[in-house]
Design a protein around this ligand. Sequence first.
Ligand code: ATP
Ligand code: MG
Length: 318
Amino acid sequence: MQKEQTTLADYRNKLIVNPGNKLRLKDVDPDFKGHHETKEAAAPELERYRQKLSQMQALLYAEKKHSILIVLQAMDAGGKDGTIKHVFAALNPQGASVAVFKQPTPIELDHDFLWRVHPHAPPKGWVAIFNRSHYEDVLVTRVHKLVDKPTCTARYELIRAFELGLKESGTAILKFFLHISKEEQLARFGKRLDDPSRNWKISESDYTERALWDDYMRAVEDALSATSTRDAPWYVIPANHKWFRNLAVAQIVADTMEELGMSFPKPSVDLAEIRRKYHAAVREENKVEGGKAGENGFGIQEPGHGRPHNVRATNPLP
Ligand code: ATP
Ligand code: MG
């Protein structure tokens, strides 16, 4: 990544909810596009960050010291599913998980609100993505007055302690609120109506929840302000432009992973010894057999014999 570009677009600095500061969503323009004008112009940069994510995940998995927890929150049609598909598809599924948190079941409701969440925390080496999360328990529950204000305040504290515990065991936590405008939400609902392949996504509750938009914004402002910490920061991602949303999330996650300073573990065996013991002998063998090439009577190199091996034998691997 060129330095100039990194400086131009340090979305971690720009979009973070500074710990201790009161978030005002009105100050965040959901139409913000950063330094690119179009999806096409942003595409190569997004691709570079997707590749970086993939490389970082390989290190994460091999090193097995850290894990990554990504929390996605948004209003309906805010783009949680799209972000998972377009950004996190860059991850190797062996080493990544997605947990989706819907309305709690009766059994879940009989437990404390973190009970259903903890088992989905990522083990070392893994990336876990939460599509909705424990934050529903201070957002939708608050808007619908299922919990009162003191309970909500106590839950902020429990959440901070929970996330600190995860951090202490090696988990880097990144939390994203995908911020769309109320108008953009209606436009996206409209597109779902017009697209038969997406009709199934429409629910009446999308529209009834929309009527509570301002209450949701207030709940989001309070929850994010209370729970954005240095170790588990919130980022408010302008998300009216899906391509910008993808670029910002990809950059923030990839750069955070890079800063973990990961490296591949040292081999547990003596490589020179392994090479000598198991590879050199085979190479010698092939050299001898390769010398007899043409014995099939057609002068054709058979697979596994002849030139390719001879080439390697004269040019040993570094
Ligand atoms: P989509 O984008 O496909 O609509 P979604 O995440 O909105 O995805 P839905 O099945 O439409 O999925 O909605 C899940 C609902 O579950 C949301 O309205 C959310 O607020 C609610 N929910 C999630 N967790 C809790 C919780 N702990 N308490 C109460 N409601 C919850
Ligand atoms: Mg929904």
